[in-house]
Design a protein around this ligand. Structure first.
Ligand SMILES: [Zn+2]
Length: 88
């Protein structure tokens, strides 16, 4: 069990201030009622990215996290980072 309330998405939101795709440069559309760059704003940004299926890389074996990298849901699936949803 961990009481660390951080997660990779929150870290990415905090450092990168947005989710933009490394591959196709798509930027996640995000609006919030909270003031920009406040804790609840970061939290909402992170939660939306997670809900939409954005991918952020996990820490490497040294525990270093590439906080500036993210992949949009389409690229994450295409590159095999996350399982493909059912194709239509
Ligand atoms: Zn992309």
């Amino acid at each position: 069990m961990s009481n660390d309330t951080h997660d990779l998405y929150e870290d990415h939101a905090f450092f990168a201030l947005m989710f933009d795709c490394e591959i196709c440069y798509r930027v996640m559309e995000f609006t919030s009622e909270h003031a920009e760059f406040t804790d609840p704003w970061f939290h909402e940004l992170a939660q939306q990215a997670k809900a939409e299926g954005w991918y952020v890389p996990p820490p490497d074996e040294k525990g270093m996290v590439d906080v500036m990298s993210a992949w949009c849901p389409e690229c994450a699936v295409r590159l095999g980072y996350i399982p493909s949803p059912t194709q239509t």
